[in-house]
Design a protein around this ligand. Structure first.
Ligand code: SF4
Length: 234
């Protein structure tokens, strides 16, 4: 079976709430976020070599006793027509799945949740749910209604979940964060991460400085009432 895996990190301590996990990267994305760090997977996926399943699954099986699960990310994984089969295969191996998505395809998320193929759902809420702001951060004509629908689905799913926002001062203000907080009020976890200006999809962002770590951290207490837990990655 060809699941079109283009990246495999066997061991990560950073991507599943401090627990050990593995990561699979799938190619292609329907967004063009200027600050994206996976530009090869997004812009030129065919230049990224495919990793044979025979190099991935036996290694996952060997370490399944001591990893929390597998993070499936991209790119945008819901564009992959074989995603349900990949997630089924991971579950057959006894592995839990954490799925990253940009929230643009709620119909796929709905099916994956209904079929119990996801254990932990992560969605980027990149900007307030306002057309001009979301278009600027995603670099496309953003599917705002679909993203709102995905937020609703995830919050009502009963699954462990997390929403994620990258704070790039070119696109967001503190008031925008208040607006995002309102749109995910009551969520389990909101991760607010600082922007990094190296190797971005839009090279002009190299001239944009991230805000100081102290300033980003100072947002935490002002936003924590929106969600059960806020984490700041400064
Ligand atoms: S959603 Fe944006 S940041 Fe994520 S992979 Fe696609 S272009 Fe990159």
């Amino acid at each position: 079976m060809n699941y079109d895996i283009r990246g495999f990190v066997e061991v990560s301590f950073l991507d599943w709430a401090g627990e050990v996990c593995s990561i699979l990267f799938l190619p292609h994305c329907n967004f063009r976020c200027p600050y994206c760090h996976n530009k090869d997977l997004v812009l030129t996926p065919d230049t990224v070599p495919r990793i044979p399943e025979a190099d991935v699954f036996p290694r996952l099986r060997k370490q399944k006793k001591w990893i929390k699960g597998v993070v499936v990310t991209g790119g945008e994984p819901t564009l992959n027509p074989r995603l349900p089969e990949l997630l089924e295969a991971l579950h057959r191996y006894g592995l839990k799945v954490k799925l990253d998505s940009n929230g643009s395809r709620p119909e796929i998320l709905r099916d994956l949740i209904r079929l119990k193929l996801v254990d932990y759902m992560v969605m980027d809420v990149k900007a307030p749910l306002e057309k001009d702001k979301m278009d600027a951060v995603t670099g496309i004509d953003a599917p705002l209604e679909a993203m709102e629908e995905s937020i609703r689905l995830i919050m009502e799913s009963g699954l462990e979940h997390q929403f994620r926002t990258t704070f790039c001062p070119k696109f967001l203000t503190f008031e925008d964060l208040m607006s995002i907080g309102e749109s995910i009020r009551g969520a389990n976890v909101w991760t607010l991460q600082n922007f990094h200006n190296e190797r971005t999809l839009d090279p002009s962002l190299a001239d944009v400085e991230p805000i100081e770590a102290d300033e980003l951290e100072s947002f935490g207490p002002k936003l924590e009432h929106f969600v059960k837990k806020i984490q700041i990655i400064a």
